[in-house]
Write a protein that binds this ligand. Structure first.
Ligand SMILES: Cc1cc2nc3c(=O)[nH]c(=O)nc-3n(C[C@H](O)[C@H](O)[C@H](O)COP(=O)(O)OP(=O)(O)OC[C@H]3O[C@@H](n4cnc5c(N)ncnc54)[C@H](O)[C@@H]3O)c2cc1C
Length: 412
């Protein structure tokens, strides 16, 4: 590929797609971003899945490359840890790290609008909203669109498929059978509350035997409250107007949000799941990244951070090898795939822990492992993922060895 007369096409102008345009635009003559939705800047009611996103070290590293650290920081709240709320109304702080490191919480809409505005300023970049990529011919580097655009066939020198978990580009590369989707039986529902007497420097959570409720403070004010609940329990707990379940098990929530049951019941039902793709690239012209390549459960707050890390690593490859060497995308994919597999599994373990799906003995081994890490002055699993750029696969291997050690000790 000749980088002096070339076109980059980005399918899916979500968070990762917009960041990709900012990172790579100056390596190409022309950049086209095709986004099937309308512009977030023109949509007063813009909202998109979860309201709050946590940005940690990996995300900041890429935002730093884009020169956006200060602009994004100005819109975030710093979170020092979690607060575990008990039935008696007490709340116990659990710092994320022993040396006081913080993660940052930003509204998804704020971050998306900021990235979009930055992309719209680029001279060689055209963002085509309301434009869906309907197919890709990776052999001939052609793509097909529906929506606002004429003509509806275009060519590319590099296509980045960042079109999310139901990616068209990924389907093209993998076929339906090459994509493994694991859907959980839990529903995820989120509501926004304008005021609550909880500290704004941490994430708050409450447990009962059936249900977990979490709350992220929102930069613009109030809290974003979410619940993770087995679908089988929804009608029993949320659907019955006479139910006193929340009042009985979550008095700390209902005293602040008296209509929480009704509001959670009416909230959109989010599906939780993981997506693994076998094939991330075709030749040296087509690649997927972000959620298009790896959908992970949100309980480590690493989905977007991992997508941004994909960009960081791809940028290194392109800087080192260019795109002419014929091997950059294959090497990129072979390096990134084990990392996204590892954070997928780590996130799954966190989900099982938080939703009571772990056995007592698994929970007890987990406790021993965290204690071991603390006694040896090592960061816990969450801190390793959030505050370092250590490869996820290395973190996973360290934990696997400790799990084996303490698991065997318990059996022996
Ligand atoms: C409840 C929840 C909480 C989360 N919390 C966190 C968190 O705290 N921290 C974190 O790092 N991650 C978090 N995540 C994960 C994070 O939201 C995703 O990893 C991130 O949004 C992925 O960005 P993306 O750009 O790859 O995909 P998306 O955000 O899904 O964007 C894909 C874009 O492609 C467009 N598109 C799709 N198909 C086409 C097509 N054929 N043609 C054109 N456009 C198309 C879509 O309209 C969309 O705009 C969370 C996820 C959930 C569900």
């Amino acid at each position: 590929m000749d980088n002096t007369s070339s076109t980059l096409v980005i399918t899916g102008g979500g968070l990762v797609g917009m960041a990709a345009a900012l990172l790579f635009h100056d390596r190409f003559d022309r950049v086209r971003v095709c986004e099937k939705r309308s512009s977030p800047l023109e949509d007063e009611n813009y909202s998109n899945r979860s309201l709050q996103l946590v940005i940690s070290a990996r995300g900041w590293r890429t935002l730093g490359l884009l020169g956006l650290t200060e602009k994004v920081k100005a819109q975030t709240l710093e979170l020092r840890g979690r607060y575990k709320h008990e039935m008696d109304g007490s709340a116990h702080p659990e710092p994320y790290s022993r040396d006081g490191q913080v993660i940052c919480c930003v509204s998804r809409g704020t971050l998306y609008k900021l990235l979009t505005s930055e992309v719209l300023r680029l001279e060689n970049t055209e963002v085509q909203f309301n434009t869906e990529v309907t197919g890709v011919d990776t052999e001939n580097c052609l793509f097909f669109t529906a929506g606002n655009v004429t003509p509806d066939v275009g060519s590319y020198d590099l296509m980045i498929g960042s079109d999310g978990v139901y990616s068209t580009v990924s389907r093209q590369l993998n076929g339906e059978n090459g994509i493994i989707r694991v859907l959980e039986t839990n529903s995820y529902r989120e509501i926004r509350i304008t005021d609550a007497p909880w500290a704004a420097d941490g994430f708050h959570y409450w447990f009962s035997d059936h249900m977990m409720i979490g709350a992220f403070p929102v930069f613009e004010g109030g809290f974003s409250l979410f619940t993770v609940l087995e679908r089988a329990d929804i009608d029993m707990i949320l659907g019955d107007p006479e139910s006193q379940y929340l009042e009985t098990h979550f008095p700390g929530i209902t005293s602040v949000v008296p209509d929480a049951r009704k509001r959670f019941h009416e909230a959109a039902d989010g599906v939780l799941g993981s997506v693994t793709c076998n094939q991330w690239h075709a030749g040296n012209h087509t690649v997927i990244l972000g959620d298009a390549a790896h959908g992970i459960l949100p309980f480590m707050g690493q989905g977007l951070n991992t997508g941004l890390e994909d960009l960081y690593v791809l940028n290194d490859f392109i800087a080192e090898n260019g795109l002419k060497s014929g091997k950059s995308l294959a090497e990129f994919a072979s390096i990134r795939r084990p990392q996204s597999d590892a954070i997928r599994d780590i996130s799954m373990e966190q989900f099982r822990y938080l939703t009571g799906k772990m056995t007592q003995s698994e929970r007890s081994v987990r406790k021993d492992v965290e204690k071991h890490l603390e006694e040896h002055g090592l960061p816990g699993v969450y801190a390793s993922c959030a505050f370092t750029n250590e490869p996820f696969a290395d973190i996973q291997e360290r934990i696997r060895l400790l799990n084996d050690k303490y698991g065997q000790a318990k059996q022996g």
